[in-house]
Write a protein that binds this ligand. Structure first.
Ligand code: AVI
Length: 328
């Protein structure tokens, strides 16, 4: 197999597992081993992430909810229009925060369609049935899969003004160099008059940040371990979860919060379906996630590089989090 030299039998796998297989094998054959955090979100991972969002240590969700609760009218006034628009929620998840605005928009009898977009089909289906119960009058067009494919489809088919939400500091999970590329690419699907609301986790006391990714209840550790469980399940692997440690470390200069799975002993792991064997040394690390934190100045630089105009910046009272309204 020339395309995927490290993966035997990849073409025998179901289509949706081929990219996963390729990424797993490529990441684990690197000198510094990595696994992509985008594979955290299977059904179990999405449930664990919901739990994380309720944790006392995970301040991000509370801070952004505070912004939406107390400043919803100002946020809505920043993007609402008389002409119909799509409110597109990238990585919607359970859309708890977005629902705060959706209720107000419906009360104002705004002419808009809610378009939740998520890579997790499980999360999207659950959201759709919740919305049917909670906000039955809301027009919803859910889209599963790749963000850019879905945005291209919207641009082609809807002809409506787009207001794109990218909340929860999801933007922080891209490798730093890719944030600018992502924003530029996003702009290609937007037209004059379209707007963006992006949630950024702000730089703060480093201990507070580290604690959010190594919570006292061990839910974040379980979230990280779930990736190994998913790999075992998908590719008939034998990762022994007890032979790994969850480790999280924040760099206050780069703003990068990094999570790892650390092998606590020399060990050999086999992914049978991929004919792949991995040797790990004691205390060798697999990097599984980066979550970048930003200063307001850094946000302005990113916006300028992507040719976005900063319209309004909303923060919580502690200044932990910022939701920024941009126009194209
Ligand atoms: C989804 N994303 C913004 C979360 C974050 O904070 O980076 C994922 C997460 N990882 C550990 N805890 C939460």
């Amino acid at each position: 197999n020339d395309l995927y030299p490290n993966v035997v039998n990849i073409t025998n796998l179901p289509f949706e597992q081929q990219q996963f297989a390729q990424d797993v094998v490529q990441g684990l054959t690197k000198k510094q081993k990595t696994l992509s955090s985008k594979y955290f979100y299977d059904a179990t991972g999405s449930k664990l992430f919901q739990k994380i969002m309720d944790l006392p240590d995970y301040y991000l969700t509370r801070a952004e909810t505070e912004i939406f609760t107390y400043q919803k009218e100002e946020i809505i006034s920043g993007f609402c229009s008389a002409q119909p628009f799509n409110l597109v929620d990238l990585g919607a998840g359970d859309a708890t925060k977005t629902k705060i605005l959706l209720r107000s928009l419906l009360q104002r009898q705004t002419n808009f369609t809610f378009v939740p977009l998520d890579i997790s089909l499980d999360a999207l289906q659950e959201l759709q049935s919740n919305l049917a119960l909670e906000l039955p009058q809301l027009p919803v067009v859910p889209l599963a899969g790749d963000y850019f494919k879905a945005l291209a489809q919207l641009k082609r088919e809807s002809g409506m003004r787009q207001v794109i939400f990218f909340l929860g500091s999801n933007i922080g999970n891209f490798p730093f160099a890719e944030i600018k590329i992502f924003l530029k690419k996003l702009c290609q699907f937007l037209q004059a008059g379209d707007q963006l609301v992006i949630g950024f986790d702000l730089k703060k006391d480093p201990r507070l940040i580290r604690q959010a990714y190594d919570d006292a209840e061990g839910i974040t550790a379980a979230f990280n371990f779930n990736l190994l469980r998913r790999i075992n399940e998908t590719f008939t692997g034998n990762f022994e979860l007890n032979n790994f440690q969850h480790f999280a470390e924040y760099n206050p200069i780069s703003g990068e919060m990094r999570s790892y799975l650390i092998s606590t002993q020399d060990q050999e792991v086999t992914l049978q379906d991929l004919d792949f064997t991995l040797n790990l040394q004691a205390w060798e690390a697999i990097h599984t996630e980066s979550s970048y934190k930003f200063s307001e100045a850094e946000i302005q630089v990113l916006a300028a590089e992507a040719d976005l105009k900063t319209q309004l910046i909303f923060t919580d009272k502690n200044h932990y989090f910022a939701d920024v309204l941009f126009s194209v």
